[in-house]
Design a protein around this ligand. Sequence first.
Ligand code: CA
Ligand code: CA
Ligand code: CA
Ligand code: CA
Length: 229
Amino acid sequence: MKTTFASAAVLACILAACGGQAEQTKAANDPPANDSARPSASAIQVETDGNTVIERIDLNGDMKPDVFKFYRVVDAPASAVAGEGAAGNVKAAKRALIRKEMDVNFDQRIDIVQYYSGDPSKEVMIREEMDLDFDGRVDSTRHYQDGHVTLVEMDLGFDGRTDTWSYYQLTTGEDGKPVNRLIERRRDNDGDGTVDVWEYYTKGELTKVGTDTNADGTPDQFTRVGEKR
Ligand SMILES: [Ca+2]
Ligand SMILES: [Ca+2]
Ligand SMILES: [Ca+2]
Ligand SMILES: [Ca+2]
C-alpha cells in the first residue's frame, strides 16, 4: 500500500511535468521557444522508423530518455517522412499517438504504458498498464471507453496475478450530470486465480456481497449490506 501511494505521487508529478499530449506533440515540432517548463529541444529526440515516429524525451536531464512516444504517420508528405524540413512552408506529417511509455522513477525500466486509438489530434487512451512497485511486472491495467474507465484489473498481492477486477459504468447522477461509477468489484481472496467474492455497488456504495460456496465460479450466496433507509 505504501509503494502504491508513493508511486501514485511520483506518477502525478511526472504527468504534470509532461503536460498534455497536445502540448508534447507541439513541443517536438516547434523551435525551443520561451516556455521553460517544456523539455528543451535537445531533450527530445525524434526518430522515424517506417510508418512510425518515435519521440524520446529526457525529463530529468541525465541524457537518458524516460518517456517514449510512438506515433503512426498518417498522410505524410515525402519530405516530412524523410525527416527534412518539416518546418517552414512544408506541411508537417500528420501523426497519431498510438503508445506512450514512461519510466517514472528513472531506473531505465518502463513503469507505465498507455495505448491510444484515433486519428491525429483525436487520440483517446484505451488502456493503461502500470507497474506500481517497480519490479518490472504490470500490477494495474485500466481499460477505457470514450475516455471513461470501464474496468480496472489490479494485482494487489503483487504476485504477478490479477486478484481484483473493478467494473465501472457511465450513468447519470442525481444532479443530471454524467458520472462514471463503480458498479461491481470481484476479488480473488485466496489467490488461486478464481473469483471468491463479488461486491455490488449502487450509486457508488456497496449494497450486496456475493460468495461462491460450491466452487463453480459463480456467486450463489448473497448478503445485503449498508441498508440505512
Ligand atoms: Ca532521463
Ligand atoms: Ca522505472
Ligand atoms: Ca509490479
Ligand atoms: Ca480464489
